[in-house]
Design a protein around this ligand. Sequence first.
Ligand SMILES: [Zn+2]
Length: 277
Amino acid sequence: MAIKVCLDAGHYGKYNRSPGNRNYYESDMVWKLHLYLKEQLESYGISVVTTRDNQETDRGLYERGAASKGCSLFISLHSNATGNDMNEKVDYPVAYVLLNGRSDDVGLKLAKVVEEVIGTKQSGRTATRRGNNGEYYGVLRGANAVGTPALILEHSFHTNSVVTNWLLKDDNLKKLAEEEAACIAEHYGIKKLKSTVTDENKTATAFKPYLVRVSISDLNIRKGPGTNHSTMGKYTGKGVFTIVEEAEGKGAKKWGLLKSYSDKRNGWISLDFAKKI
Ligand SMILES: [Zn+2]
């Protein structure tokens, strides 16, 4: 089953400034976080739609929720407030979930992830809120109307100064995005797509260097494994080289990295013209 997630940056423009830290706007935090989360989810092969093209434009609550039509999950990202003043005692992460229970499970998991990553003193939890027309919150009403399990995820409180300082750091938001994406993927039983970097590292650690004798007298040395990489020199005269890494690439069955260049990870030769000795 293909999983598609709809991400909603909870507010637009410059909105909900922290009363204790003038650098913090909830709208800025959630804008960054939803883009990081999109990137992370996509690394699992999960497709993502967002409810806004840019941070400057407002869009109705119900409409944003309804934009999740056809999605497996709708998440609206926020940070919470206790009022117009700071309150250092309150920091619980909360997921507002649907009254019908369809987002309870993933909502609680995500609230616990936020608790763990931020390190809040109070525990992550779920809550529901009923209004006159079913769901109190417009985004949840909109998402529920199109049949999407939905939640509002409050990333603790911007009325708590420790949390506000924490949320101002991009690296922390990246960590949140990473763990939230891992949680969502796990919830749907999805494993991360293998990245080429990881594969390369694996090859490099498992690989035993070996000697080759070159069979032609003018062999190109290239910056990368493939004829699509530019040449950085030529080896003239047949000789013996140590190969410290192999890779697949354009123009040859296999490419070998020469030991003499390997500190910069360039200096590749086509192994079609080299024989293992
Ligand atoms: Zn909010």
